[in-house]
Design a protein around this ligand. Structure first.
Ligand code: ZN
Length: 434
């Protein structure tokens, strides 16, 4: 876990005394002579957990007088509904040492928030306290022996990650490369990956959120890069390659998310089918019945209905004369009809086995001038590159992201283009724009 990882603390909301309940137990550190008043905690705590069907008022019974309970619950109401507390909610009662009077109650209303009730000059007041989280950057690299999923989940660096967090990470890799790489079709033994992933970690080690900062995939000797950049610094950024070109393309390579494709996990009885591309003139993706099917590009629905051996089929007309076809659906997405305008990644239907199908799968085709073509062969202009006025900051951040990838032990240098590629950008110096 220590590999290539650096952490920095970020308090989402700094509030005095945000300490987790555990710190109430901690003895002060041994720093030599210290005034007695600081030597022992000023309070002791009792932690209870709300049982199924139990209200907070019931939990407080026995520890707190009726009147005090009423004013406590009143104060709590500013931030939470005491009647809507889920079972398992942790309630910490804090008592003053000596007279053992109640001086505070912490109610952990969610994993990230605690309502802190305090007795101040005889009256109960409440404040909402956010659990402090820290952000660390996780880097990992490896070679793929079976599938991307197996490789990433099996990476020792990610050992401590929960399966859910590992899945989210794989979803992000799939998302940033969905225009360049079809992880279910293109990955070969010996392909490599590396990435730097920024995550927000709760004190208990679980992940709250995460963002892929930089990633590299090398497949069939071609390196693909995706580096996060936020041109307007408003959180609404995107991914660009080493040259500052957008990774977004006019077509997603596949209409399903990678993890939903069955061959992702097993050695795949469907691989033989995938290999019959020439005879078959389409791609079959095995997936569970009901799996969401996305439109691979913006367009207009021109067919929606049963279509012979294709079963329930949607066809979409796109710019440049392309048509995409999605067959064997169990059902269509509500609101998708002939004439409906759809955007890339919109859900248009769900995987099934209507028509002639041996099992639930999606049959997907791209047609150009009426002829089926392999989606991997479609080469259309990408989305806009990094705006020229942001070029200087982009280069700075890109270099930092590349450094993260190169710092991974054994991962080697990131393949860069010759530096003269955009040297003649006039805005490429500080103060050039904005
Ligand atoms: Zn098919």
């Amino acid at each position: 876990m220590k590999t290539g990882k650096h952490a920095r603390w970020k308090l989402v909301m700094v509030t005095l005394g945000v300490a987790t309940t555990a710190s109430c137990y901690q003895e002060p550190p041994d720093v030599g002579t210290l005034d007695a008043v600081y030597a022992a905690p000023a309070e002791h705590v009792r932690i209870s957990v709300l049982r199924d069907g139990q209200t907070l008022g019931q939990l407080l019974e026995g520890s707190v007088s009726y009147n005090e309970r009423a004013s406590l619950l009143l104060a709590l109401r500013e931030h939470a509904n005491p009647r809507r507390m889920r079972a398992g909610t942790e309630v910490t009662l804090r008592f003053r040492r000596g007279d053992e009077s109640l001086r505070g109650v912490d109610v952990a209303t969610s994993r990230d928030e605690t309502v802190r009730l305090s007795l101040v000059e005889g009256a109960w007041s409440s404040e909402l306290v956010r659990t402090p989280i820290y952000v660390d950057t996780l880097t990992a690299a490896g070679e793929i022996n079976t599938s991307l999923w197996v490789a990433v989940v099996g990476n020792p660096v990610l050992n401590s990650m929960s399966p859910g967090d590992a899945n989210r990470l794989i979803d992000q890799l799939d998302k940033v490369f969905q225009w360049q790489i079809d992880f279910s079709r293109q990955i070969r033994v010996g392909d490599t990956y590396r990435f730097a992933f920024e995550r927000e970690v709760r004190p208990d080690g679980s992940m709250r959120a995460g963002r892929l900062l930089a990633a590299e995939m090398v497949t069939a000797n071609t390196a693909y890069h995706a580096l996060w950049f936020d041109p307007n610094e408003d959180g609404d950024g995107s991914y660009y390659n080493l040259e500052g070109e957008s990774v977004r393309g006019e077509f997603l390579l596949k209409p399903l998310t990678y993890r939903r494709i069955s061959s992702t996990f097993t050695n795949s009885r469907f691989h033989p089918l995938l290999k019959t591309w020439r005879a078959h003139r389409g791609i079959d993706y095995a997936a569970d019945r009901g799996t969401d099917i996305m439109a691979t590009s913006d367009g207009v629905v021109i067919y929606r209905g049963a279509k012979g051996t294709f079963g329930n089929t949607v066809e979409i007309r796109h710019g440049n004369g392309f048509i995409t076809r999605y067959a064997h659906m169990s059902r269509f997405q509500a609101g998708v009809n002939v004439g409906t305008r759809v955007r890339q990644s919109d859900i248009i239907g769900h995987v099934g086995m209507t028509g002639l199908a041996g099992g639930p799968h999606l049959h997907y085709e791209i047609l150009s001038d009426g002829r089926q073509i392999d989606p991997l062969s479609v080469d259309l202009p990408a989305d806009d590159p990094v705006p020229s006025e942001n070029r200087f900051r982009w280069r700075f951040e890109m270099t930092a992201h590349v450094a993260l990838l190169e710092a991974i032990p054994g991962a080697g240098p990131v393949r860069m283009l010759a530096d003269d590629q955009d040297r003649d950008q006039p805005e490429d110096h500080p103060g050039g724009a904005q």
